[in-house]
Structures are given as structure tokens and as C-alpha cells.
Design a protein. Structure first.
Length: 261
């Protein structure tokens, strides 16, 4: 059962030490991501405590990014040396090895984990037992359905970027459709409705270089939205905490939480 979700972008620019004097340009984005991640961990911790009291087991934190389907060991130290500076994120578990080639979205999520633990040490045990997954296509829906069926409760963190085509300095050629696409994604995230997120044009997203289209099916299915009529959707509260395209890439931070939390 899905307890709460945070949607965060996955740029290495999140890492303060990689950005040097330009780091402050993304302070608001980092703050929004910290708040979104913390909300999920706090909601999951509360649900886990209740589940343990009732004898139904603790909750599970799951981090999902776009990529070839796979699951990774990410509890050890993580180095960002390949991005120009040997910035190392400390291990979640002492002397725990990490897969040599973690996908960038998982590396960024581990960085956000270190920030959350620094601010909320009580969340550490949930990060230690987290699953770190990349997915896309039909596998994404199957993963979401699996998470939906998990009776112990799931906290989900999705790492996803929007269109890569905002303005003349974007990584891809400027595309006038980019803003409308990312606005539609933000509206769907703000709605908290799986049916709206399911209607996002995945083909257009791929054309614009957006990675969100690869992972939205996870959230749709995990929230119980697959094949569910709009009038009977689960009651979720969506909120967009930050949205923009400071470097020509559409980034958004959002949360989905149960209405009773």
C-alpha cells in the first residue's frame, strides 16, 4: 500500500560541492527536495510504528529512477568523482560495498538521503533498508502493481526530469512544446490523481527528453490508479513544492500523500 510519494529531479547539480560558487542558484530547489523527501520518510515512519504495534511489519522505502530495469546495492559510499570532483556521500551501513556503476538518478537520490539523515537521524533505519531501482516501460507498471499490493506500506521516491528543451541554452534544441508539457505534468502532480498522470503523453515526453514518462506508471499503479475510474480513485493530496527550468531542463518537486496524513 502506498503511504506517500516524493517526486524529485535527478541532476548532479543538486550536489553543492560540485557546483562551486554557483551552488546557491539551486538552494530553493534543494530546500524543496529536502522537504518532499522528509515528508515521505516521516509519513512512512509513522505508518511503520503503527504497523509494528499491530504486528503487521514495518514499512518499506523504495527509490525509483528511469533506466534499464534493475535493482542496485546503494548503501555503501557513493562517489561523484566522474562529475569532476571527488565528492563522496558517506555509507548508510559501515563497510557496506556499493555497486560500482550506479545510475545517476540513484546517485542523486543517495545524496538527498544523506541530507535527510543529517537533518532527521531518526530516518536512518528506513534508508538503510531502502530498495534502489531503475525501471521503464511495462516493467514500471509491474513494479507499481507490486508496491500497491505490499501490505506493510510503501514510501516511494521517484527521480524524474522534465523536458530538456527550455530556451536556447538547453541540453537539446529549444522546443516550443516543452513548457506546455511540463506545465501539464505539474498540473497532474498537483491534482494527486493517478488518472491525470496516466494521461501524460509519454511519446511527447520521450521526444522532449523527459524521463518522467518512464516512471510515472510506477506511481499510477502504486497509487491504485491502473484501470480505476476517476470517480473512484484513491484520495491523495498532491502538492508541487517547486518547479522551474533554471538550466534549460524542466525540474519539479512534488508530493502525494494520503488525505488522512
Amino acid at each position: 500500500m502506498l503511504i506517500a510519494t516524493a517526486v524529485v529531479p535527478g541532476p548532479p547539480a543538486f550536489v553543492v560541492e560540485l557546483m562551486g560558487s554557483a551552488a546557491q542558484e539551486l538552494d530553493e530547489l534543494r530546500d524543496a527536495a529536502d522537504r518532499a523527501v522528509s515528508r515521505v520518510l516521516s509519513d512512512l515512519a509513522a505508518e511503520s510504528a503503527e504497523s509494528l504495534r499491530s504486528g503487521s511489519g514495518s514499512g518499506q522505502l523504495v527509490v525509483v529512477g528511469p533506466g534499464q530495469p534493475g535493482e542496485f546495492s546503494a548503501a555503501g559510499p557513493v562517489s561523484f568523482a566522474s562529475f569532476g570532483r571527488d565528492v563522496v556521500v558517506p555509507a548508510l551501513i559501515e563497510e557496506q560495498p556499493t555497486d560500482r556503476e550506479l545510475p545517476t538518478p540513484i546517485m542523486v537520490a543517495r545524496y538527498l538521503a544523506s541530507r535527510d539523515i543529517a537533518a532527521h537521524p531518526e530516518h536512518a533505519h528506513l534508508w538503510v533498508s531502502a530498495r534502489w531501482i531503475t525501471t521503464g516501460g511495462d516493467d514500471a507498471t509491474a513494479l507499481g502493481e507490486q508496491l500497491s499490493a505490499d501490505g506493510s506500506g510503501v514510501g516511494l521516491i521517484l527521480v524524474a526530469d522534465g523536458a530538456l528543451c527550455h530556451g536556447p541554452k538547453a541540453p537539446r534544441a529549444q522546443d516550443p512544446r516543452a513548457q506546455g508539457y511540463d506545465d501539464e505534468v505539474c498540473a497532474a502532480l498537483a491534482s494527486g490523481r493517478p488518472s491525470r498522470l496516466a494521461q501524460i503523453d509519454a511519446d511527447l515526453g520521450d521526444e522532449l527528453g523527459a524521463t518522467g514518462s518512464r516512471v510515472w506508471p510506477v506511481l499510477v499503479a502504486a497509487a491504485g490508479g491502473s484501470g480505476v475510474a476517476a470517480g473512484s480513485e484513491p484520495e491523495l493530496v498532491g502538492e508541487v513544492l517547486w518547479a522551474g527550468a533554471p538550466y534549460g531542463v524542466g525540474w519539479a518537486v512534488a508530493t502525494w500523500r494520503r488525505s488522512c496524513t
